[in-house]
Design a protein around this ligand. Structure first.
Ligand SMILES: Cc1cc2nc3c(=O)[nH]c(=O)nc-3n(C[C@H](O)[C@H](O)[C@H](O)COP(=O)(O)O)c2cc1C
Length: 368
């Protein structure tokens, strides 16, 4: 029976364990979205994960939604990522790039004065930090049908850049209320063209991107993150089971390597909310590997693997605080507590300065 330390083959890639580092924006790229040595050190510290998924990297300047988030679009950004990827590989790790377009979850001050773009002119819920303080998300500009092909092309271009940077694969950020998710769900997509309405139409944008990116990487190096229960930024769908089953089945047919399904965060749960246990729920519709993520600890992770509800499990905040999470799980060592104050920010504090675990006393004895 598989446990967190059973190796697993994904396409031609062999992962030494089933512990995935979840993608996490840490806002420590430079103002141009270029990664540097500190970022390389951070990811290399976490290289004992079976697989690292990088923080979201914006695929075009219009996809940006956070200051100091990295891009994967310019030559300088590719060079910056190379340092990160090389450092992870030197430590024996594997890293996929997460391709990200924020769509409506942005603001003109991040987009050279332009309005954010989205499937429909419906503002995201909530507020965004701007130079003038926190402000409501603006009503985005609706993407014209004729523009969609170019955006799909931008995803493909970023995927090619990820290849050039030496990544091991790419994950599409199709969850969390960002652009692809905005197309999927009726609360943000009221289009009347072939990208809106029926679930098949709302999945079209995702499928076109997945296909374009697979042409560059091969399907077995492409993963997709979906978060059917996420309510961030006002995400909602009239019948999520229908659209997400369609999305999952379509990606399965395409032969995509993995789905990264996030479980609901507690705040998202309402009474009668049907979409819990998403990895298990959607697993019958997907023939690739299933990664479950969201509020897992070691015990819960072992349980879902044991019940065959997922093939791998991702950990987010635990990886922020515990660079050597895999070893700690293995040795049953105590865990550092993550500090949310430094999740986003700059510099090494709360980034590269979480201590590794003390070697096990028995190992210390052998070494001395
Ligand atoms: C600081 C922070 C940044 C995040 N950034 C991203 C991101 O860039 N892309 C993404 O798909 N999810 C992002 N997430 C969500 C995580 O990948 C993960 O789904 C979430 O933290 C729940 O998992 P956990 O309970 O193990 O932390 C972020 C989460 C945190 C805490």
């Amino acid at each position: 029976m598989a446990n967190l330390f059973s190796p697993i083959q994904m396409g031609d890639l062999i992962l030494p364990n089933r512990i995935v580092m979840a993608p996490m924006a840490r806002t420590r790229a430079d103002v141009e979205g270029v990664m540097g040595n500190l970022n390389a050190q951070y990811y290399a510290q976490r290289a004992t994960a079976g697989l690292i998924v990088s923080e979201g990297a914006w695929i075009s300047p219009m996809g940006k939604g956070l200051e100091n988030s990295p891009g994967l679009q310019s030559e300088a950004q590719i060079e910056g990522w190379k340092r990160v990827v090389d450092a992870v590989h030197e430590k024996g790790g594997r890293i996929f790039a997460q391709l990200w377009h924020c769509g409506r979850v942005s603001s003109p001050h991040l987009l050279g004065g332009k309005l954010p773009i989205a499937p429909s002119a419906i503002a995201a819920f909530g507020r965004i930090k701007t130079p003038d303080g926190f402000q409501k998300f603006p009503v985005p500009r609706m993407i014209e049908a004729g523009e969609i092909r170019a955006i799909v092309g931008e995803f493909a271009h970023a995927a090619k850049n990820a290849l050039d940077a030496g990544f091991d694969g790419v994950e599409l950020q199709a969850g969390s209320g960002y652009l692809i998710d905005q197309f999927l769900q009726t609360g943000s997509n009221i289009r009347r063209d072939q990208y809106g309405g029926l679930s098949a139409n709302r999945c079209r944008f995702l499928f076109e991107i997945a296909e374009a990116v697979s042409k560059i990487w091969g399907e077995d190096r492409v993963g997709v993150k979906l978060s059917p229960s996420n309510r961030d930024f006002g995400m909602i769908d009239a019948d999520p089971m229908i659209v997400f089953t369609k999305a999952v089945s379509g990606l399965s047919e395409m032969g995509i390597a993995y789905l990264h399904m996030t479980e609901p965060l507690e705040d998202d749960l309402k009474e009668g909310d049907v979409l819990k246990d998403n990895a298990q729920r959607f697993r019958p519709y997907f023939k690739g590997k299933m990664i479950a993520g969201g509020r897992f600890d070691q015990a819960k992770a072992e349980m879902i693997l044991e019940n065959e509800g997922a093939d791998l499990v991702s950990f987010g905040r635990l990886f922020i605080a515990n660079p050597d999470l895999a070893e700690r799980f293995k040795l049953n060592s105590p865990l550092n507590e993550p500090d949310p104050e430094t999740f986003y920010g700059d510099g090494m504090e709360g980034y590269t300065d979480y201590p590794g675990s003390e070697p096990h006393p028995y190992l210390r004895l052998i070494e001395s």
